[in-house]
Design a protein around this ligand. Sequence first.
Ligand code: BTN
Length: 326
Amino acid sequence: MKSEIIRLLKSSRDFLSGQDLSRQLGVSRTAVWKIIKQLQSEGYRIEAVQNRGYRLVESGDVMTAPELKSCITGNLIGRDIICFEKTDSTNARAKHLAEEGAGEGTLVVAESQNAGKGRRGRRWTSPPGTGIWMSLILRPDIPPSKASMLTLVAALGVSEGIEKAAGIRAEIKWPNDLVINGKKICGILTEMSTELDSIQYVVVGIGINVNMEQFPEELSSTATSLCLESGQRLSRGQILGAVARSFEHYYSEFLGKKDLAFLQKPYEERLANLGRPVTVMDPADSYSGICRGIDREGELLVEREDGRLCRVLSGEVSVRGIYGYV
Ligand code: BTN
């Protein structure tokens, strides 16, 4: 109901009368008025004028379940939305919820995290009011060996979603970091639980730096935000809605096809490494070459100096000339 009112207010430039709202929603005018009051106290600027009704002046960039529901248009991602004002890590919450039976498409979001997890045991800085800290619960019918492909699906979905919502093109640093002007704006952490040879659930954790105006000194040379890069503050709800939509599109296709051949072209169009020198930091065999794209499994193709084409599944790839810190 709340998300319906938000949606209706957003879709109308003019005033909507209490009577119209109550008729469309099948509730009393007093019920509408109570919800409007709640929304105002949550940060929405809603003008209320006698004999004219209600008009949304500003959404206030709130990250509540009704607001996010009003921004999401797909059928799967965000079917259920669980929002925390503050939590340790949305990935930890999502894993817990998945263990308890939460369904495919459940979205867990936090305004801030005090133990946000990055890859390789790193911490992810997640202050309030500035970023999108979200985790998706998925239950794909694929073998565990293919789960790492979801990470590339997510990177493409997030990059495309950001571009659709904000007009900013973030490139992908294989497999799943998003960068703008050589600095990171998004990280993705995929975790999985398996049972025998099947996947019980996958949690795809996505952190997007949206409205930060500065970073702690230790991060300022490597991290940036959409706001710093575009010079304007952006609506996190709108970005999340577009990201959910793009991800859902590629995820559905992946579930049907079960490999990444369909995604090679759009992924490579956004691949920051393409045609550039990369160093594969494999403990057993560290080597350099030119990045030639990805294959249908999502492996990175690297052409070595002697002309051999190597496929990189895991192992760390650092990219010269993209990151200032590499
Ligand atoms: C990386 O190291 O690049 C991955 C960072 C992933 C951060 C996100 S923020 C939302 C979700 N919850 C977490 O604890 N981590 C992920």
